[in-house]
Structures are given as structure tokens and as C-alpha cells.
Design a protein around this ligand. Structure first.
Ligand SMILES: Nc1nc2c(c(=O)[nH]1)N(C=O)[C@@H](CNc1ccc(C(=O)N[C@@H](CCC(=O)O)C(=O)O)cc1)CN2
Ligand SMILES: Nc1nc2c(ncn2[C@@H]2O[C@H](COP(=O)(O)OP(=O)(O)OP(=O)(O)O)[C@@H](O)[C@H]2O)c(=O)[nH]1
Ligand SMILES: [Mg+2]
Length: 409
């Protein structure tokens, strides 16, 4: 430890009150000081915290004084987490969990992130990797000693079902209907329909503020507008779009093109119409709910109807709460599953798919078919799992993960 502060550092993990002074003895601030002795700290290194009053003047003066300490400099973005990783305190999935926790807006996002930070994914993936490495050891023992004649024998029969079981487990984890990723990113609900049907009015009602311009001129909305809602713990992005119609106006035509894109990327489309025949979105793929708007004018029934459609009036407010309830209900399953061990990143999905491919190749080749090639596929499968937690080929994934974290994390 630096000799300037030796003897003045409080006992580890006990907050102490200290007056922070400059060289002349002038008091800069009154602070709480907390010392963590490595390796029992967040980064695994010695950490000294000065919990001062956060005004710009105090921080600037402290930063300047600390800059004079040998080896002291401001942290790079994500450097604390990076050091924790490099010192073996956490794996990559825990760092990703921490980054998600810092960004979490809803209860489902928080719960998913905190579990991941606590090692839920690391345990799962490292567990699979350990099993693979054991099988690999068995296979390699067979390969190495095959000339000696005795170990080879039945290895192929022993290994095949274990590999199949592993592959099945990983595939089940992969086919989760993207629940984890949807919780993390938020579900997307797109408001669509002809011009003037009240999409932007509904948007404003859902957002409880005037996000979108509303006028009685058809074709008012051209840009795509987004708001984030917290529906009983689920993050939902609602997108308002340009009314769908053929038009010679170049600007509006671009708006309609973007509206169609927003419909494609939606988890759910609310297709608004002022009664009359249903409007086609030209896309049967996306789940679509029909919403009859302006029921105060038509006299139609507000709320959810027996045929699954909704009636709303943004003017009187009738039916809007029912629609919100139904949306929350629609995503309740996702919120409930935030306590499960879920895949949360496309990065995990990619490596897991590689792993499954390699396992399938290994099974196809078979230990008895071509032991060297078989073992090579198993190594490829283990490497893919190792990349998720950061046990191998770390460099290429590091930057992408750590730069998401803010300075000082
Ligand atoms: N004041 C303060 N609050 C904070 C942080 C911090 O660094 N300082 N954190 C910053 O992100 C978070 C807490 N994260 C922490 C993570 C690990 C350890 C730690 O001392 N770990 C030891 C002992 C663990 C234990 O007692 O179980 C270790 O891992 O060995 C401390 C804080 C949120 N709140
Ligand atoms: N009476 C009544 N008028 C409504 C209701 N909802 C919207 N309006 C009116 O309908 C007109 C069009 O509303 P908008 O929300 O701008 O419609 P839009 O679908 O966004 O229209 P575009 O952006 O042009 O596609 C405005 O004059 C609104 O005040 C409603 O529930 N009842
Ligand atoms: Mg509009």
C-alpha cells in the first residue's frame, strides 16, 4: 500500500469517518472511507473507497489530489468489472448480468439479471462443459492407449448416449422461444392500421404523455415513434407508425415502409380500425389483435369482446384499461419465467448452437468410426461452451462486453 496513506486506512470492511485533507492540511470534505483487502473485494485487488459528497467541486479537487498518488488514475469504462474478470472473481456471464442489472428497468429484467450475476448461467454452462471434458478425457484415453489394446473396447457405446443426453439438454435450453432475450430487450408491440384511426391517440394514452402528434389530418404520423412501458414487470416497447395506405407523397411512403418493418419485428401487432371490414397487414406471421377504435362514435361495445377483438375510445377512455390488462396478461408468462435459468444473449445462442453442431458431428462420426475426428469435435463443443463463460478465446469477446459498462463499474 502507498505510504502516504499507510496507517490511516481503516480496518478492512469497516466504514470509518475521515476528514479528507490536501497537503497543506486543508479539509477538502468529510467522508466515509471503506477499505477492502484483496482478494476479498469486488475486483479481487485492494480497494479503497472514499464516499464523499458528490458535488463537482469536491470531486474535481479529490480527483486532482488522487492523481498525484503514484499509480493512481481514473478507471477506464468497465475496468472494475474487467479486473474482477481477469482476477477470476467473476465469469463473462456474471459480467453480462451486472451490465444488465445496471440497465434493468423492470422487475423481470432485474430478476433475470441478478440471477445471472449470481452465476446461474455459469453453473449451467460450466456444468455442461465439465461433463464434456470428462467424456473427452475418456475418448482421449482410448485414443492414446488404443495400441495397448485394452482401454478402447466399449468406449463408443458408453459415450454415445451421454452425448445424446447432453445435446438434448442444450437444445431444450436453446428452444426457449427467446423468453430470456425478450425479457432483456423488452417485447415489441406495434400499433398499425389505416390513417386517422387513432393509433397516435392510443400511443399517447398508453404512454400517459403527448409523445405523438395527433390531428384529424390522415397521414399525420410519418416517423416511427417508440415508448417504453413497464407492464406488470415486463418491459414493452410500443411503436406508433404511419397509417398504411398507398400514397404519392414520398415522405409518407417512406413512413409506410417503416411501418411495415415495425409490423415485421413486433411480438404483437395491435391493428386499429374504425369498425368495418378488417384490414389486412399482408403478414400472417405476426400475432395480431384487432382493436376497433373510436367506439364513442360508433356506439360499439368497449373492452374485450367474445370474438377476441377489443373496442376502445381514447376520447372517453373506455376499453383502454382492458386493453392494457390484456397486454400485461399476454406477457405474464415471460415475467413469471424470469426466475428460470434463461439464455439472455444472442452471443450465448451462437456459441450454444456451435456446441450442438459439434456434438451432432461427433455423434455422426462416432468414437468407433474415427476416434481422432470424434475427439476433435468434442473439443470444438467444449470450446464453444468455454467461450460463453470466458474460459477460452477471451480476447475476442472481452471488448464487446466490457465497453457496455459505464465508467467506474
Ligand atoms: N460502497 C459500495 N457499494 C456497492 C459496490 C461497491 O463497490 N461499493 N458495488 C460495486 O459494484 C456493489 C456491490 N458489489 C460488491 C461485490 C463484491 C464485494 C466483495 O467484497 N466481495 C468479496 C466478499 C464477498 C462476501 O462477503 O461474500 C469477495 O468476493 O471476496 C463487495 C461489493 C453495489 N454496492
Ligand atoms: N371521437 C374520437 N376521436 C378520436 C379517438 N381517437 C382518436 N380520435 C381522433 O381521430 C383523429 C386521428 O387520430 P390520430 O391518433 O392522429 O390517428 P392516427 O391513426 O395516428 O393517424 P395517422 O397518424 O394519420 O395515421 C384525431 O382527430 C383524434 O382526436 C376516439 O377514441 N374518439
Ligand atoms: Mg398517427
Amino acid at each position: 500500500m502507498c505510504e502516504k496513506i499507510a496507517g490511516k486506512v481503516p480496518e478492512p470492511r469497516r466504514a470509518a469517518f475521515r476528514r479528507l485533507r490536501d497537503e497543506t492540511g486543508e479539509v477538502i470534505d468529510e467522508a466515509l472511507v471503506l477499505f477492502f483487502a484483496g482478494p476479498n473485494s469486488e475486483t479481487g485487488e485492494d480497494c479503497l473507497e472514499l464516499q464523499a459528497h458528490g458535488s463537482p467541486a469536491v470531486l474535481q479537487r479529490l480527483a486532482a489530489l488522487l492523481g498525484d498518488f503514484p499509480g493512481c488514475r481514473p478507471a477506464e469504462p468497465g475496468e472494475f468489472a474487467q479486473r474482477a474478470f481477469l482476477n477470476g472473481k467473476v465469469d463473462l456471464t456474471a459480467v453480462e448480468g451486472l451490465a444488465d442489472l445496471v440497465d434493468a428497468e423492470t422487475e423481470a429484467q432485474r430478476r433475470l439479471a441478478v440471477r445471472q450475476m449470481g452465476g446461474s448461467l455459469r453453473d449451467l454452462y460450466e456444468g455442461w462443459r465439465t461433463r464434456l471434458v470428462e467424456i473427452l478425457a475418456l475418448a482421449e484415453a482410448g485414443i492414446d492407449f488404443v495400441d495397448e489394446g485394452d482401454v478402447g473396447g466399449d468406449i463408443g457405446h458408453t459415450i454415445a448416449p451421454i452425448l445424446e443426453e447432453l445435446r438434448r439438454e442444450i437444445e431444450a435450453h436453446l428452444s426457449d422461444a427467446r423468453r430470456g432475450e425478450r425479457i432483456r430487450h423488452g417485447a415489441v408491440v406495434t400499433l398499425a392500421g389505416s390513417p386517422n384511426v387513432g393509433k397516435s391517440s392510443l400511443m399517447n394514452a398508453l404512454a400517459r404523455r403527448e409523445v405523438a402528434i395527433v390531428t384529424d389530418v390522415p397521414g399525420t404520423t410519418r416517423d416511427r415513434l417508440e415508448v417504453r412501458l413497464d407492464l406488470d414487470g415486463m418491459a414493452v416497447t410500443v411503436i406508433d407508425t404511419a397509417g398504411l395506405r398507398e400514397t404519392a407523397d414520398v415522405v409518407e411512403r417512406e413512413g409506410v415502409r417503416r411501418a411495415r418493418l415495425a409490423i415485421k419485428e413486433a411480438d404483437l401487432v395491435l391493428l386499429l380500425g374504425a369498425g368495418g371490414p378488417p384490414i389486412s397487414t399482408h403478414d400472417g406471421e405476426v400475432e395480431t389483435w384487432r382493436v376497433e377504435s373510436k367506439v364513442d362514435l360508433t356506439g360499439s361495445l368497449p373492452g374485450r369482446r367474445d370474438d377476441g377483438t377489443f373496442g376502445i375510445s381514447v376520447k372517453t377512455g373506455d376499453g383502454v384499461a382492458d386493453l392494457l390488462d390484456a397486454l400485461a396478461e399476454r406477457f405474464r408468462h415471460d415475467v413469471a419465467s424470469s426466475g428460470d435459468v434463461l439464455l439472455t444473449q444472442a452471443r450465448h445462442r451462437r456459441h450454444l448452437s456451435e456446441c450442438v453442431d459439434a456434438l451432432a458431428a461427433a455423434v455422426r462420426i462416432g468414437y468407433d468410426g474415427e476416434p481422432d475426428l470424434f475427439a476433435e469435435e468434442l473439443r470444438r463443443a467444449a470450446r464453444s461452451l468455454g467461450r460463453i463463460t470466458g474460459r477460452v478465446d477471451v480476447e475476442e469477446v472481452l471488448g464487446a462486453i466490457f465497453e457496455r459498462l459505464c465508467i467506474g463499474k
